[in-house]
Design a binder for this molecule. Structure first.
Ligand SMILES: Nc1nc(=O)c2c([nH]1)NC[C@@H]1CN(c3ccc(C(=O)N[C@@H](CCC(=O)O)C(=O)O)cc3)C=[N+]21
Length: 292
């Protein structure tokens, strides 16, 4: 078993990003600029957005955060998105999800200029991804591809089983793993809560991508010996053991699955850290106008 070490890989990639940002600054006199909008005070969202902002500073980007409380109206939020779209000094805009119930996340996502949609959630970017056109790849799937690349894992011909069909992870990941590329070139099965015989499906996998959002959902009896296991889960539970008062669990029963796997990502220290790298790379690509 080898650990796919998100801490190590993300730090390594961030050094490269910092060098490229410095070069961009020397050439253009400006720094890549990411804007985040955060609504409400969900503990998880606070942590992830703070981490995104901190990592921007680390690699020499500018970051701005606009905070709203839960009472913000959809109209106010859409107005802010339009204002940022029009600001030539901003390269990337993300609206942290989830949003309060009275705000339609589809409307907000579609209001973001696809050229600044560094989350890759806009239908234009998802459609372009389907057609293999230049686009922003959603940050978490992008981070997973970067992780597989960093360990020179050739996924060609593998059977990839994705568990979970969310718009932001499972669905795009299934498309990316089936593409004519490496990582990619897989035979993909996309499974979800209505899948019959889920265990039998997952047992077929050479590579498992677990994005369900349930602690310890993938157990050792579901894993073929030698499988590659990518754990996208970030299940936060209150805990007296940690300083933050929270403990993070993946979707995989790591302790029992790890000994059966060839490679496995830990939680924390795996995919979450690579998600941030994916976001930074998209923001740099936007500043350099590499996609559009
Ligand atoms: N518009 C939008 N874009 C997102 O990319 C987005 C989002 N909304 N909503 C929520 C999810 C979740 N997400 C994570 C980012 C970093 C870590 C991360 O850094 N995790 C660390 C530890 C974090 C901790 O200790 O709490 C780790 O796994 O080691 C996790 C999860 C981005 N998301």
């Amino acid at each position: 078993m080898q650990l796919l070490d998100g801490k190590y890989v993300s730090e390594k990639v961030k050094v490269e990003i910092a060098e490229e940002a410095a070069q961009f600054l020397a050439e253009t006199g400006r720094q890549p600029h990411l804007v985040a909008i955060l609504v409400g005070n969900d503990g998880g969202s606070e942590t992830y957005v703070a981490s995104k902002m901190k990592n921007c500073e680390k690699v020499g980007f500018i970051s701005s955060l606009y905070r709203y409380d839960n009472s913000v109206t959809e109209a106010e939020l859409l107005e802010k998105v339009r204002e940022i779209n029009a600001d030539a000094d901003v390269d990337g805009l993300i609206v942290q999800l989830p949003l309060p119930k009275h705000i339609d996340p589809e409307k907000v996502t579609e209001a973001i200029d696809p050229k600044k949609d560094v989350d890759g959630f806009h239908p234009i970017n998802l459609g372009r991804m389907m057609r293999n056109l230049p686009c922003y790849i959603p940050a978490t799937p992008y981070g997973i591809l970067l992780m597989l690349q960093a360990y020179h894992i050739d996924t060609t011909g593998m059977h990839c089983v994705v568990v979970g069909r969310s718009n932001i992870v499972g669905s795009p990941m299934s498309v990316l793993m089936a593409r004519n590329a490496n990582p990619g070139n897989c035979t993909v099965t996309l499974t979800h809560s209505k899948t019959k015989d889920l265990k039998e499906q997952v047992l077929q996998a050479d590579i498992i991508i677990a994005a369900i959002g349930k602690k310890n959902f993938i157990t050792a009896d579901m894993v073929k010996p030698g499988a590659i296991v990518i754990d996208v889960g970030i299940n936060r539970e209150t805990s007296t053991e940690t300083k933050s008062g929270f403990k993070l669990y993946g979707d995989v029963d790591f302790e029992n699955v790890a000994p059966k796997s060839s490679y496995i990502t830990p939680v924390p220290g795996g995919v979450g850290l690579m998600t941030i790298v994916g976001l930074l790379k998209n923001t740099l690509a936007s500043a350099r106008k590499e996609i559009y």
